[in-house]
Design a protein around this ligand. Structure first.
Ligand SMILES: O=C[C@H](O)[C@H](O)COP(=O)(O)O
Ligand SMILES: C=C(OP(=O)(O)O)C(=O)O
Ligand SMILES: [Mn+2]
Length: 450
């Protein structure tokens, strides 16, 4: 990556600074922030433009129904849990889900982590009050600490540097695991066999047997399993902290285009997708494939205007719409959006986030979700796209590879009482390992029967 580009391109990359930004931390010392972002600008890229381009081509296939995206990971990654075990478990979960979805959809699955950079969170409120004490809200480990003390909750720019270094170690592990044999399809299939051997998941045994037969067929037909031992896994996070994202934006020496080199794929959140806002402005200028979350109040006009702002050339694979309508709204709201976007000829990849429209508070006060509601939104997503004739291109899920108890339900019946046992997330509730696999089997069954 060089830093040379026409002056108008470099000026354009600074234009966001003139626009009022939502959801940014109040950094106590702007000069320290400036020093930190300058340092970040000198750090090496975490991903390369060519990788982002290959992802874009795959997302174009997903838009045509020739591939399917699985994007998953924590709501908020944390520094403390960026351990080898936790990361391996998350990668394993995504690989297991992918294997099942590949079979169900009869399509290649694009594997993408909400990983290696998902360290900043938009929040509903700026402050949190406990027992009469009010402090700034936790905004992710890239900004402040979760501990409820004044020192910890004060935004600290040094955390941006740590977010970069953590992201680098995570992406290093992702590359090592996915190129080092861990992704071997035979192994992944055996792990899934272990899952369906559990009596709680007996209903998926039929599907697991079918996959078994398909594997035997592949072996008999001489498929080179050794060639299938490595997979491409991409990284993504919400492009929220403009100072960080701008500092990681570099000019690609091959093409002269700017790329955000902090992740392969960036998305704009539901709270920061204002058409004239700085998040849309900055991401409109980078060449990565990008996404935008669309909540239940989105109109067809909003969606078209976003498509025009973020993908003026209407390029395939460039823009993903990640809908998060809520199970109760998707069947009513999504059809009009999908119909207009199709009628107006805009190229987008449609992806379902069945998490963020389905958050509830349990009677004992946990922020949680019902597994059955989450699954219902996924089903609604497929129904709507099949009805309209548009393509359901993928899933965006908050999950972990560990045995946490944050989402209610699933075949192991996590109940209100169980929530207290291992509720570990710092922001939103994640599907645990078993619930994640159950979702994959459920969706695969539905796709196979379609
Ligand atoms: O993923 C994120 C949450 O939905 C978002 O940060 C809002 O959470 P809050 O309502 O707890 O602030
Ligand atoms: C905050 C998130 O989502 P949304 O912008 O859709 O609310 C998220 O993905 O964690
Ligand atoms: Mn979330």
């Amino acid at each position: 990556m060089s830093i040379e580009a026409p002056p108008e391109v470099l000026d354009g990359l600074r234009h966001w600074r003139t626009l009022p930004a939502r959801q940014q931390p109040t950094w106590p010392d702007p000069e320290e922030l400036a020093r930190v972002t300058e340092e970040l600008q000198g750090y090496p890229p975490l991903v390369f433009a060519g990788e982002a381009d290959s992802l874009r081509a795959k997302l174009a296939m997903a838009a045509e129904g020739e591939a399917f995206l699985l994007q998953g990971g924590d709501c908020a990654e944390t520094f403390a849990e960026s351990t080898a075990d936790r990361i391996r478990n998350k990668i394993r979960t995504i690989l297991q889900m992918s294997a099942v979805l590949t079979y169900g959809a009869s399509l290649p699955v694009i594997k993408m982590g909400r990983m290696a950079g998902q360290f900043a969170k938009p929040r509903s409120a700026d402050t949190e009050t406990r027992e009469g004490v009010t402090l700034p809200v936790y905004r992710g480990d890239a900004v402040n600490g979760h501990a409820f003390t004044e020192q910890s909750r004060t935004p600290d720019p040094q955390r941006l540097l740590e977010a970069y270094h953590r992201s680098a170690t995570i992406i290093n592990l992702i590359r090592a695991f996915t190129y080092g044999g861990f992704a071997d399809l035979r192994e992944v299939h055996q792990w899934n066999r272990g899952f369906t051997a559990n009596p709680a998941y007996a209903r998926y045994e039929v599907l697991a047997n079918e996959i078994d037969r398909a594997m035997r067929f592949m072996r008999a037909a001489g498929v080179d399993f050794d060639a299938l031992r490595t997979v491409d896994m991409y990284t993504s996070h919400e492009a929220l902290l403009l100072d960080y994202e701008a500092a990681m934006t570099r000019i690609d020496s091959r093409s002269g285009h700017p790329y955000n080199t902090s992740a392969h794929f960036l998305w704009i959140g539901e709270r920061t997708r204002q058409l004239d806002g700085p998040h849309v402005d900055l991401l409109s200028r980078v060449h990565n494939p990008i996404g935008v979350k669309l909540g239940p109040t989105t109109t067809a006009d909003d969606a078209l205007a976003l498509a025009d702002a973020l993908n003026p050339e209407n390029e395939r694979g460039r823009l993903t719409f990640i809908t998060r309508m809520g199970a109760g709204r998707i069947r009513e709201v999504l059809p009009a959006l999908a119909e207009r976007v199709r009628a107006e000829g805009r190229n987008v990849t449609w992806v379902c986030d069945p998490m963020h429209g389905n958050t509830i508070t349990s009677p004992s006060g946990y922020k949680t979700r019902e597994f059955s509601t989450v699954i219902d939104e996924v089903h609604g997503f497929f129904e709507v796209h099949h009805g309209v004739g548009t393509v359901p291109g993928g899933l965006h899920v908050e999950l972990t590879g560990d045995d946490v108890t944050e989402v209610l339900g699933g075949s192991e019946h996590v109940d209100e009482e169980a929530l207290a046992r291992r509720y570990e997330t710092l922001v939103d509730p994640r599907l645990n390992h078993q619930q994640s696999l159950e979702m994959a089997f459920d969706v695969a069954e539905m796709l196979r029967d379609h």
